[in-house]
Design a protein around this ligand. Structure first.
Ligand code: NZQ
Ligand code: ZN
Length: 384
């Protein structure tokens, strides 16, 4: 295990009817910009709960953050923040809304020419506006981390960044508000959070027992509750366990001092930008390819994954690895996600363009920094 230094400063307020805690979490006298998405919060009562909690507060609304939030939209919000002297942001939504707010919080104080440089030139974030989150979808962990992913329409890019300046001040997590999430988005959340753990766990052992045991318990919970949730959408305990597991899957804890992969995530961005796949849909296609291509490097962890999560204990190591990869893909299919490019009508001839960002950005991905665009091409070919 390597040395590490980290701090997760996000205050969590978890449980039923917790949105009413908002006035005790936002600094008194704040001028708030409430940011939300395409309107789901108006149908499921979340909007009303927030407005009731903040009755009498100075709240401006900014609606219309897209799933896979767009830079162009965030910049409009930044103009409003400046024009109205907003001093606190409130994200009400899933990962997309929270990520958008993180970018707005950083962009509003950005002193360079274009805040897009945060992604393309690793421009540092020196200051960000404080913000909180009311989470409505269990998936990304954005409510409890410092990462954000933004797409830029004009350049057809989707890029991620991270900064300790953009941790939310608080996250309100009421599992009941996830009852209304459409089944396909619930499944996306299960698969995304499972793969967040995988990206930090399925590398090679460094004798990090706490991180490994924690990661394995998260994988088990996400798998076991994930296969139940679609048939039991109003089961509070299932929703609560999935919500808390998703936050813990990407809130820094399991990743400390251990090698990390993240290649499935990076390779997936092009599938979203070029073909409009949801984030988790991209991962369900790519991860089995990464596992297959990298099975020698990942052998010890694949065997352990098979044993702990899928109870695969018989056969030669090669047979057990094969079964584990199949079961992992089978889990995604059980959740209703497709796992092949052809199922999305993406032909083999599209692969060169899909790996173009890896080539252009010079990315070398994976825990061994050995997935360049040529290896990425081989991985995509395995997923035809
Ligand atoms: O826009 P609204 O109306 O809110 O509808 C959303 C959206 O259509 C809907 N929804 C959310 N909560 C709901 C609901 N519908 C009914 N009831 C509710 N309670 O669900 C749809 C998807 O929402 P979105 O926020 O896009 O989903 P998710 O949370 O999966 O976020 C995906 C985004 O997060 C990024 C992804 O790349 C993608 O852009 N990621 C962020 C990460 C991070 N910050 O750490 C890590 C992840 O790996 C990921 O890359
Ligand atoms: Zn993800």
């Amino acid at each position: 295990m390597t040395n590490f230094e980290f701090c997760n400063p996000v205050k969590i307020v978890f449980g039923k009817r917790t949105i009413q805690r908002l006035p005790f979490l936002i600094p008194e006298g704040s001028k708030v910009l409430m940011v939300y998405g395409g309107g789901s919060i108006k149908k499921n009562g979340v909007y009303q709960q927030v407005k009731e909690a903040l009755q009498g507060w100075n709240v401006t609304e900014f609606a219309g953050t897209e799933a896979n939030p767009r830079y162009e939209t965030c910049i409009q919000a930044v103009e409003i923040i400046r024009a109205k002297n907003i001093d606190f942001l409130l994200a009400v939504g899933g990962g997309s809304v929270i990520d958008a707010v993180k970018f707005m919080a950083a962009a509003v104080y950005f002193t360079g020419t274009d805040p897009w440089d945060i992604f393309t030139k690793a421009a540092s974030i020196k200051k960000a506006m404080p913000f909180g989150a009311v989470l409505t979808l269990a998936a990304t962990g954005s409510e409890m981390n410092e990462r954000f992913v933004i797409s830029r329409e004009s350049t057809q890019e989707k890029l991620s960044s991270a900064s300790s300046k953009v941790f939310p001040q608080f996250a309100i997590m009421d599992p009941e508000v996830t009852y209304s999430v459409p089944a396909n988005q619930v499944a996306n959340g299960v698969v995304d959070s499972f793969i967040h753990v995988i990206e930090q766990y399925l590398t090679y052992p460094v004798n990090a027992k706490v991180q490994d045991a924690f990661a394995e318990s998260l994988l088990k919970v996400i798998y076991e509750e994930g296969i139940k949730v679609l048939d039991n959408p109003y089961d509070y305990d299932i929703r609560a366990n999935l919500m808390w597991a998703a936050s813990n899957a990407l809130n820094s804890w399991i990743g400390q001092g251990v090698p990390q992969d993240w290649s499935s995530h990076r390779l997936g961005y092009a599938l979203t930008v070029q073909y409009g796949l949801d984030h988790a849909q991209t991962l369900a296609v790519i991860l089995p390819g990464v596992m297959t291509y990298m099975q020698k490097e990942k052998q010890a962890k694949i065997l352990r994954l098979g044993e702990v999560v899928f109870n695969i204990i018989e056969g030669t190591p090669e047979e057990r690895m094969q079964k584990t990869i199949e079961q992992t893909e089978g889990f995604f299919r059980q959740m209703g996600l497709k796992t092949r490019l052809s199922e999305y009508n993406i032909p083999e001839s599209a692969i060169d363009l899909l790996v173009e960002p890896v080539k252009r950005m010079g990315w070398k991905l994976g825990e061994h920094v050995n997935i360049d665009w040529q290896v990425a091409r081989e991985i995509f070919l395995l997923r035809k």
